[in-house]
Design a protein around this ligand. Structure first.
Ligand SMILES: CCCCCCCCCCC/C=C/C(=O)SCCNC(=O)CCNC(=O)[C@H](O)C(C)(C)COP(=O)(O)OP(=O)(O)OC[C@H]1O[C@@H](n2cnc3c(N)ncnc32)[C@H](O)[C@@H]1OP(=O)(O)O
Ligand code: NDP
Length: 292
């Protein structure tokens, strides 16, 4: 196994965990992390090539993985896919609701279809996945759900459709945590800040050359996060170490959601440029993953 994890190697041995959006970026990294800890990982996404490729990487590493191609916005497909997963693999121990995305646009330029596409990807799809996993496995046997949201605190200018959906997902997380606690199901959220994932490449050159450098200047930790810095927090929330944690949201954002805008971020408030050091201590497998 080449993926080096900070957690105990057999933490999830004998367990099945679903990762939506597992074919790329944060989901792919999370799938590697869980497989490295002994989980049987189920990847979900639409693009079969990417799912197949992540599955092959995990199997080559000695892990267990399979995939199902499904659009999480399609209710009947989600229901049938979860039924197949239960039939093929038995109990579902964990669900990582990570699939999602958006496009940058000011509110006034978003069509109804554009709004619906983003809200259904980032809110409705996660609800459908959670409801089906709950109905078809977790309500009998317990489990843990982690919803990936975003840094939408006090609005998400230029991505207002996504901000509205993620805020909804946080409320869903809190409601489900209360309603499902008696079934032994924990429901938590992770709010990533600016993560140098492969998904960030989808916004084009203007975003890469201008928006990202500008964003970096607003982060107290002075750098973007890495995919494994999200997957390790997801792993913690799925694990027994978080057995009394439910309805929580952990911001993993290098401090960027804190109040740096009102008072301004002074040079001495920022962590000294330490990206090179940070990258140097990353395990090789993670460096390889970040390049893809
Ligand atoms: C410029 C300044 C920006 C500043 C922002 C700073 C904040 C940055 C914070 C970043 C935090 C988050 C990071 C990430 O999430 S990383 C990457 C995650 N991955 C993605 O986002 C993947 C890329 N996105 C998508 O795939 C799509 O957005 C979407 C999820 C919606 C795709 O869904 P679908 O395939 O169903 O969409 P369609 O192509 O069928 O289109 C449906 C309607 O949406 C309209 N649309 C789609 N793209 C755009 C666009 N770029 N601009 C405007 N409208 C768009 C499309 O036209 C359809 O509507 P109509 O039928 O009315 O035309
Ligand atoms: N990177 C960042 O800075 C941040 C990311 N996030 C969120 O974290 C999550 C992971 O993002 P990241 O890894 O960066 O980006 P990616 O674009 O690489 O990942 C998104 C994944 O979601 C899958 N997906 C999208 N829509 C659907 C759908 N309708 N049905 C099934 N699968 C779908 C995609 O696969 P496919 O296209 O094959 O379906 C893809 O694998 C996303 O929700 C993202 O918005 C939040 C905050 C910051």
């Amino acid at each position: 196994m080449s993926y080096r994890s900070a957690f105990r190697a057999d933490l999830f041995a004998g367990q099945t965990h679903i990762v939506t959006g597992g074919g790329s970026g944060i989901g792919r990294c999370c799938a590697h992390e869980l497989a490295a800890l002994g989980a049987n990982v189920i990847l979900i996404g639409r693009n079969i090539e990417r799912l197949e490729s992540t599955q092959a990487e995990i199997i080559a590493d000695g892990g267990k993985a399979s995939y199902y191609s499904v659009d999480i916005r399609q209710e009947a497909d989600v229901r049938d896919t979860v039924a197949k997963i239960v039939a093929d693999h038995g109990q579902i121990h964990g669900l990582v609701n990570n699939a999602g995305g958006q496009f940058p646009a000011p509110l006034l330029k978003i069509s109804k279809n554009g709004w619906d596409a983003v809200v259904s990807s980032n809110l409705t799809g996660g609800f459908l996945m959670a409801r089906e996993v709950m109905n078809q496995s977790m309500r009998e046997k317990g489990g843990s759900i982690v919803n990936i949201i975003a840094d939408m605190w006090r609005g998400m200018p230029s991505m207002g459709h996504s901000g509205a959906a993620r805020a909804g997902m946080l409320s869903f997380t809190e409601t489900a945590a209360v309603e499902w606690a008696s079934y032994g199901v924990r429901v938590n959220a992770v709010a990533p800040g600016f993560i140098a994932s492969s998904g960030m490449d989808s916004y084009g050159d203007e975003f890469a050359n201008h928006v990202i450098p500008q964003m970096r200047g607003t982060i107290p930790s002075s750098r973007m996060g890495d995919e494994d810095e999200i997957s390790s927090v997801i792993t913690f929330l799925l694990s027994p170490a978080a057995s009394y944690t439910t309805g929580a949201c952990i911001c993993v954002d290098g401090g960027s959601s804190l109040n740096t805008k009102l008072f301004g971020l002074k040079e001495h408030d920022r962590m000294p440029e330490q990206k090179a050091f940070h990258r140097a201590v990353k395990p090789m497998a993670v460096q390889r993953m970040m390049k893809k």
